[in-house]
Design a binder for this molecule. Structure first.
Ligand SMILES: [Cu+2]
Length: 120
């Protein structure tokens, strides 16, 4: 019984050490590329209106209004189509650049995603 407990303790230490190594190791850029950012659509506005993310990140837009909204790229790179209240649209931005978008129902609603290059 005592042996089993100490084995479990050392196992926990191993897992913990592995977690630490992962956090501080070369996986930092991997974590960045897996980043996920949330934009909330509320009171006829995208919040935050400007988001800055490293390439490869996903942005999830969620409509919190009871009005329908869309998340539509000015350059037609993506289009959520109509989002009802509670609906989400997720898009992965793989290429650095400036992505402007708006809502087709309310064209005054505007937002920008700035995608930066991979960190060095
Ligand atoms: Cu709208």
């Amino acid at each position: 019984m005592q042996t089993r407990t100490s084995l479990r303790t050392s196992l926990a230490c191993l897992v913990f050490a592995a977690a630490c190594l992962t956090a501080t190791g070369p996986s930092r850029s991997l974590a960045a590329s897996n980043a996920s950012v949330a934009v909330t659509i509320k009171n006829d506005a995208f919040n935050p209106a400007t988001v800055r993310i490293p390439a490869g990140s996903a942005v999830t837009f969620t409509n919190a209004d009871d009005d329908p909204h869309t998340v539509t790229s000015v350059k037609r790179l993506f289009d959520s189509r109509g989002l009802a209240q509670g609906d989400s649209f997720r898009y992965v931005f793989r290429t650095p650049g400036k992505y402007e978008y708006y809502c087709k129902v309310h064209p005054f609603m505007r937002g920008t995603i700035i995608v930066t290059g991979a960190r060095s």
